[in-house]
Design a protein around this ligand. Structure first.
Ligand code: ADP
Ligand code: MG
Ligand code: MG
Length: 210
């Protein structure tokens, strides 16, 4: 079963709900190694996204994702707004005109999102950022796709890899973003952005799991 327009709507609604529920937790993580606003930022951004969804009932998937991107860029302050915004914009650009997504489209979409985050943030794996959830997730997704697994299973494997990657950030030294100001003192704390990335992937996986 491909990912449909309705699935994308549901995923975005589910993301907004989960980021709202986890807002205090994300902010708590950011209070340890940042400026205690990541949950507030993500909740604000996805509340604005949620408000736009009713106007997108006839839009193709590319338009939907591009709208998410511009909404996040314009409503979220801080590093995460432009980074997630660019991710969704790039994902939307490679999904232009599409009404549904097959597994290969999904991999293309995530690759484009990843490339956007990398270009925008100039970070790479192992720097204690959202990339440390996203990169292993995409690797797991490609593996699952190569093994002909269902889209639900692909997303479940991606979510599991994102969760493991998120946990691996605890032992990392931050070298990008605000947490890098702490240097070695950032060790022992889970990265907030890797955590929100896991939550957003989990929302997608939950949407596609029958
Ligand atoms: P700010 O740090 O501006 O307050 P947020 O608290 O909303 O923004 O987001 C912080 C998160 O952004 C970090 O936990 C990290 O995952 C992510 N991040 C910061 N800088 C980068 C970067 N250069 N590349 C990728 N992700 C980054
Ligand atoms: Mg912050
Ligand atoms: Mg901030």
């Amino acid at each position: 079963m491909p990912v449909t327009h309705e699935d994308i709507l549901h995923w975005l609604q589910q993301s907004a709900q989960v980021l709202h529920e986890y807002s205090a937790f994300l902010t708590q993580l950011d209070s340890a190694i940042g400026d205690a606003d990541h949950g507030i930022n993500m909740d604000r951004g996805f509340t604005a996204v949620n408000a736009k969804l009713t106007g997108l009932s006839d839009a193709d998937i590319g338009t939907m994702l591009k709208t998410v991107g511009t909404t996040l860029v314009s409503t979220v302050g801080g590093a995460s707004g432009p980074l997630y915004g660019t991710a969704f914009l790039r994902a939307g650009m490679v999904s232009s005109g599409k009404q549904s997504l097959e597994t290969s489209d999904l991999i293309t979409l995530f690759d484009a999102a990843l490339e956007g985050v990398k270009v925008r943030g100039k970070a790479q794996a192992g720097e204690k950022t959202m990339l440390d959830a996203l990169i292993p997730a995409i690797e797991a997704g490609k593996q699952a796709a190569a093994n002909q697994l269902s889209i639900a299973q692909v997303l479940q494997n991606m979510t599991a890899a994102a969760e493991a990657g998120m946990k691996n950030t605890i032992e990392m030294v931050a070298t990008k973003g605000r947490a890098s100001y702490l240097g070695e003192r950032s060790v022992g704390h889970q990265d907030p952005g890797a955590t929100s990335c896991w939550l957003i992937l989990q929302a997608f996986s939950d949407t596609m799991t029958p």
